[in-house]
Design a protein around this ligand. Sequence first.
Ligand code: NOJ
Length: 423
Amino acid sequence: MISNNARMPQAPAVLRFPHGFLWGTATSPTQVEGHIENEWTHFIAQDGSHCRTACDQYHRYPEDVGWMKKLGSNAYRFGIEWGRLQSRPFGEINRKELDRYVDLLDRLKTAGITPMVVLHHFSNPPWISEAGGWTNPGTTRAFVDYATRLVPLLRDRVHLWNTFNEPDTYACVAYLLGGFPPGQKWRLDRFQRVIDHMARAHIQVSNIILARRGPSGPPEVGISKNWTYFHAYKPYSLWDQTTAAACHYTFNKYVLNAFLGSGRVKASTFIGLNYYGRVRFHHFAPLIPASGTPVKRLKDFGFTCDDMVERYPEGLQNILGYLHSKCRLPVYITEHGAASQDEPFRERDLRQNLASLHRAIESGVDVRGFFYWSLLDNFEWQFGYTKKFGLLSVDFSDPALPRALKPLAHVYARICQANALVQ
Ligand code: NOJ
């Protein structure tokens, strides 16, 4: 006989997030603003495109703040483009360009959206690139000078500061893989130099930021570390194990230690984590769509991938536990998202990753916010406009660049508004 209980429909599980949790979206200047002068201006991506107009957020930011409000999000992570504000070494801050960012900050405030400002996101003023970029130790001094001028001007409006976005990705793709300008390959010495110079800059700039309280209390500062898991496809393949271990050491351990190792952890008040998933190696080759293996083929290996990397939601809980035990700092998920035209897939990915994040919170990790990458479909660096990460689509064939909500945007809006994930 079937008991009454067995017939009862199951109530959906509701995963509630902590009070005051930030639900945001994220972008970066080169990827969305357009009208920008940096090393990407003349770069031609694999799809033949460039970033010279991008989403034209330079002019359309009031509309984009309106979209963020529609989503019910309460935070926005965006970058300030160094080259716009300082057109020559150690020069004055350009007030007109600053005013545009100030207007954006004021509109965010009116909309009830907390800003997180990124100071470096894969781009430099032309005069920095000409001098060797971050391989030159003088770049640390120039960046600290820039922050010394900029931070006091924004202190009243910005509470959350992100000094460097994914220094690991930047140094790797620019100096080991050759995908970002200056397009150099296998210069491990330069990779290390870039990381070391950025880590020094982070510590000095953090001290500038933390030196004074803003109106909403002591400021918060941290880098955003991309965390990718590197594994061998076949656990008994010694060579693939070695390749995975070398990548883990170089991109995760070395970089984390440079920024947050031993006493350096004191320079940060939080860790920003950008989490997408995993790379598995087979006969030395990374089995991911971003390296050219089609998503469909990877299915035959039993992999679930977006158009970039393998998805690995349980990894999010694990890395959060690891960072918590290593650094004892609060964490913001400063990026997570999926690039795909398959919206149900993106919804599953978001739900699985948020459930994993929730388990980490339940186990005691202090996670304070989640920023979806990205607000808009945008210029995905060497891949151009082919990778669709947006909650909103942008019609790049129409000069008006109209935005429209995608199905995932409605799902995300319900999560933001409820501060909960209903399963
Ligand atoms: C990391 C980077 O910060 C961002 O610029 C990029 O678009 C996303 N991940 C997706 O690859």
